[in-house]
Design a protein around this ligand. Structure first.
Ligand SMILES: Cc1cc2nc3c(=O)[nH]c(=O)nc-3n(C[C@H](O)[C@H](O)[C@H](O)COP(=O)(O)O)c2cc1C
Length: 212
């Protein structure tokens, strides 16, 4: 095969299997971080469908440490709100649904299932708490990125927030468990663009990438 044949193949692959422009607009170019939502509920089935898709995104050793708490009820919202920074609170109280994005520091307990090619690999993590904390955070953050993109692909708007007291949220909802809060995502159908703030620029390739 010549280089030119290969380039032809790559072009064909891009047109037949690449992400189409509409999807790229929907999940990246047009999608904004949403602060205001329509008063329309987000069904559990839709959240479940999005999870069923994005769970296939890769994580180190397939550890998959992302955990989610779906905060939907008035009571749940009122328990969450005091632990969220004041400048974020009204949006958490008003969102149709808020996901507390957490990581499971005891992710290794699932490795017999998740790593069938090395089913005892989880045992090596049992006495390595600090390593598990670091690895679970890195990989759950990665999965949160997949989740944001998946929610947007389903037509939803997302408002991620780290302005919160993560330890306070842990105490409120995850006491006695190994789940640890990373962020919250307000989720719903955007009201218009969902924000009045003009789009801020992003860095250019030459600013963000180096080649050696
Ligand atoms: C991990 C993360 C944490 C964020 N935390 C907050 C927050 O606490 N409060 C807030 O108002 N916006 C928060 N944002 C929103 C960002 O400022 C916003 O996504 C960014 O400026 C891009 O905006 P755009 O999508 O409208 O272009 C957060 C976003 C991310 C991804």
């Amino acid at each position: 095969m010549t280089t030119s044949d290969l380039m032809d193949d790559i072009r064909t692959l891009r047109t037949t299997r690449g992400v189409d422009a509409t999807t790229a607009d929907r999940v990246f170019r047009d999608a904004r971080t949403v602060g205001s939502f329509l008063d329309v509920p987000v069904p559990d089935e839709l959240l479940r469908e999005v999870y069923d898709t994005v769970r296939w995104g890769p994580t180190a050793m397939n550890t998959s440490p992302l955990r989610l708490l779906v905060v939907r009820s008035r009571e749940g919202r009122e328990r969450l709100a005091p632990h969220v920074a004041e400048f974020n609170r009204d949006r958490v109280l008003a969102a149709p649904v808020t996901l507390v994005v957490a990581t499971d520091v005891d992710f290794h307990e699932h490795m017999a299932t998740l790593v069938p090619h090395a089913p005892t690999s989880g045992e090596g993590f049992a006495d390595k708490h600090d390593a598990r904390v670091a690895m679970s955070r890195d990989n759950a953050w990665l999965q949160m990125g997949y989740l944001v993109v998946g929610l947007r692909a389903a037509g939803l708007g997302v408002g991620p927030m780290t302005g919160l007291d993560a330890t306070g949220v842990d105490g409120e909802f995850f006491a006695g468990s190994a789940w640890r809060t990373l962020a919250v995502l307000n989720v719903g159908w955007p009201d218009g663009e969902g924000t009045d703030r003009p789009r801020a620029p992003r860095l250019e390739w030459d600013q963000a990438a180096r080649t050696v």
